[in-house]
Design a protein around this ligand. Structure first.
Ligand code: FEO
Length: 395
């Protein structure tokens, strides 16, 4: 069922309450998600984006209940990724000649995924499309936010920015708007979304936000493609993005460790104690990398001024989960963050050196040679770990 947003603009998407993983198995969605499609019924009838492929038939059926499909004049594809374009093959079978407006890169992604040569109309930043009743759609390319094909579409007069993935959240709700849902839950999902999806593109994002702000558009509503629509003070999420894209950090140190026989775990806890003793204002968080959700930990790294990585030595190297997690950290291209390492060992003891090198390669400033302990920590080692924590508290 369509839900009216403003004047002749309606939401017509899918709330996916059961979704647990997104991007294959790569992104955990503890709060489900939504795929937001929008219908604009002015003199011209326009569909903005669709839904993920598993919901394609349901979407097309619902759309056909709301509007004669043959009366759809234009389809706007803000982004070719399958969670938004997934219903196009089913829809285009019924209305194959309908013009699709999208970026040149979106044509590549749509052809590459669906192997169809639909009626593509390529648009660039500043191009507009008259939809009657004195209103038009203005297109803004959003390359690398987060795909090369991404764009946003602005509806004049109603002042709605259809931002696609930008400003979105994986957050299922029947309540369509930011002011109707729990604010803490909403921002938890919004920052997780930014940290895990947009962090590598922060520099591009800053420029794009400046460009959009310079356009001086009145934005009354930001209609995203995931989660709730920002209608109450919509610029609050733009301001957050400006903040998050500017080498964001809070007064937080996160300790991430993996352990075999709990020796490194003991050191982790003692380091946390030391940080607290030295500076109780620092938020210290501690996670076992092998047992904790990867995307949640990335969000904690995003918020941190420093991370302290701990791992025992195995095979002259580090354990599996830690190696995989540091690979993920490297992909995020974090800036302006510090790192240090620690770990227990029985024989050769290379883990701290390996961690230092990997964190340096991931773009972190390694601020210490690290702390190593042979065999299980005794009282002396525990005290040394506390002191090590103290030495890292005020980085
Ligand atoms: Fe929500 Fe990049 O797709």
């Amino acid at each position: 069922m369509k839900k009216k947003i403003k004047n002749n603009v309606s939401w017509l998407g899918k709330v996916d309450w059961e979704l647990e993983k997104f991007h294959g198995e790569d992104y955990s969605t503890h709060s489900g998600s939504t795929y937001n499609s929008y219908l604009i019924e002015e003199e011209k009838t326009v569909l903005v984006d669709t839904v993920w492929m598993p919901f394609a038939d349901e979407f097309v059926e619902n759309l056909a209940k709301e509007v004669d499909l043959k009366k759809i004049d234009y389809i706007i594809v803000n982004h070719g990724e399958v969670d938004h374009s997934g219903a196009l093959p089913a829809l285009m079978k019924l209305i194959p000649e309908t013009p699709i407006y999208c970026t040149a890169n979106a044509v590549k992604s749509l052809k590459g995924q669906y192997h169809e040569d639909w009626n593509f109309n390529i648009v660039k930043t500043g191009d507009s499309l008259d939809i009657g009743n004195g209103k038009s759609l203005v297109f803004v390319e959003m390359a690398m936010l987060h795909w090369p094909d991404s764009m946003a579409t602005y509806l004049t007069e109603d002042n709605i920015l259809f931002s696609n993935d930008a400003f979105g959240q994986h957050y299922a709700s029947e309540k369509l708007y930011n002011d109707l849902v729990d604010e803490c839950e909403l921002f938890e999902e919004a920052i997780k979304y930014y940290a895990n999806i947009l962090t590598p593109f922060s520099a591009i994002l800053r420029k794009k936000l400046d460009e959009i702000i310079a356009l001086n558009l009145t934005i009354d509503i930001i209609a995203t493609s995931h989660g709730v629509i920002w209608r109450d003070n919509p610029m609050q999420i733009v301001e957050k993005y400006l903040d998050w894209s500017n080498d964001y950090q809070e007064n937080q140190i996160t300790i991430l460790y993996e352990t075999m026989w709990n020796g490194t775990k003991k050191l982790a806890e003692k380091i946390a104690e030391g940080i607290y003793l030295e500076d109780p204002d620092v938020v210290v968080k501690l996670y076992n990398v092998a047992k904790t959700d990867t995307n949640d930990m990335i969000t904690e790294v995003f918020k941190s001024k420093a991370v302290i990585m701990g791992c025992p030595t195995v095979g002259n190297n580090i354990l599996n989960s830690m190696a995989g997690f540091i690979h993920y950290i490297k992909l995020m291209k974090f800036k302006n963050k510090k790192a240090a390492a620690f770990g227990c060992y029985g024989w050769s003891g290379e883990s701290v050196k390996v961690l230092n090198k990997l964190m340096e390669d991931a773009g972190f400033e390694v601020i210490s040679e690290g702390y190593r302990n042979q065999w299980n920590p005794d009282l002396e080692a525990e005290n040394e770990a506390v002191e090590y924590g103290k030495s890292l508290a005020k980085v």
